[in-house]
Design a protein around this ligand. Structure first.
Ligand code: HEM
Length: 324
């Protein structure tokens, strides 16, 4: 009887602890230092591989930061974005310019060589995103591990779940709220546009025939608008041309994206509207402080990295395909 009682007390305590951990992780048990005992070198091996690959082509760093977003927002952080196939997420038009898949392959191969079948591809995406910001002079953050890999991936899910750059603040708030992320976290995560590029088709509607009263979006800095018009003519523009999203320090993972927004230099409607809208204007201003941005960005990436995480699933041996 005594044993039964203390066992039930013990399980109640464990249950309550579980709920606390789960609440922090939006429904799963992710952990810091997750591979400490199962694969102590995992994080170091992955980081070394990511650094080596990104050093060959620095553009891939931005691609890998974006990859975590595109993975987590479509069916949760389960590496579904990595699956090859006819109609998988990576074939969606919204993922047309997503890059860094080969970096994940190299990191996976490196970690499989030391601990076969232990580290999930979904966790590798999360580590690689953090390591990429470090390569761009960011300070990094502690990444939680424990995600399992999913086995399905559909292009139409990516088209439906990932936001076009024309969204306004209400739409952005809704989209992030559907994943348990606050409007503040949405503004912070948008700060990743401090690195990387966009293509003309993503903002051309801001340059020409914008509205009945304005041919160019009045919330776009007029000097920048003239420059962008030269690079992106109304017809037959170069579809491969890459335009920096942060014109102040394009290769640095810093808070200058927000400074750019105060000068109306946000490239997309979804960027600039964060400054124009009274609900998010104060958040933008608070993130201009580098230390605040560093700290808050890591926290927000941890929250995004916990969206829809699967505790049941596999550890793929090759990130591009399901195990036999
Ligand atoms: C808030 C809603 C968001 C919208 C509407 C959006 C939209 C876009 C678009 C249209 C591009 C350029 C695509 C192209 O023309 O090649 C882009 C690039 C990028 N996005 Fe976002 N994004 C959002 C949020 C995020 C988040 C949350 C992250 C990461 C945490 C992120 C990281 C990036 C990065 C790093 C790039 C540059 C990629 C490269 O240079 O290869 N974005 N985003």
């Amino acid at each position: 009887m005594a044993i039964t009682k203390s066992f039930s007390l013990f399980s109640t305590v464990i249950f309550l602890l579980r709920i606390t951990v789960d609440a922090q992780n939006y429904g799963t048990a992710l952990q810091d230092n997750f591979y400490n005992s199962s694969c102590p070198d995992a994080e170091t091996v992955i980081q070394k591989a990511v650094f080596a690959e990104v050093d060959k082509n620095l553009k891939l760093a931005a691609g890998l930061i974006r990859m975590q977003f595109h993975d987590c927002f479509v069916g949760g952080c389960d590496a579904s974005v990595l699956l090859d196939g006819n109609d998988t997420e990576k074939t969606a038009s919204v993922n047309q310019h997503l890059r860094g898949f080969e970096v994940i392959d190299v990191a996976k191969e490196a970690v499989e060589a030391v601990c076969p079948g232990v580290v999930s591809c979904a966790d590798i995406i999360a580590y690689a995103a953090r390591d990429s910001t470090i390569r761009l002079n960011g300070t990094g953050w502690a990444v939680q591990g424990g995600r399992k890999d999913g086995c399905v991936s559909f292009a139409n899910a990516a088209e439906e779940e990932l936001p076009p750059p024309t969204l306004n603040v209400s739409q952005l708030i809704d989209l992030f709220a559907q994943r348990g992320l606050s409007e503040k976290q949405m503004v912070i995560l948008s700060g990743s546009h401090t690195v990387g590029v966009g293509h003309c088709d993503k903002f051309i509607e801001r340059l020409y025939n914008f509205s009945e009263t304005h041919s160019t979006d009045p919330s776009l800095n007029s000097t920048l608008a003239e420059q962008l018009k030269k690079e992106c003519p109304p017809r037959n523009f170069n579809t491969t041309l890459e335009i920096f999203m942060d014109v102040i320090t394009p290769g640095q993972f810093d808070a200058k994206y927000y400074v750019g927004l105060t000068k109306q230099e946000g490239l997309f409607t979804s960027d600039q509207s964060l400054f124009e809208d009274s609900r998010t204007n104060d958040i933008v201003k608070s993130l201009i402080d580098e230390r605040t941005f560093e700290r808050e960005f890591g926290k927000a990436m941890r929250a995004m990295g916990a969206v829809g995480v699967k505790s049941e699933g596999s550890v793929r041996l090759n990130c591009r395909m399901n195990n036999e």
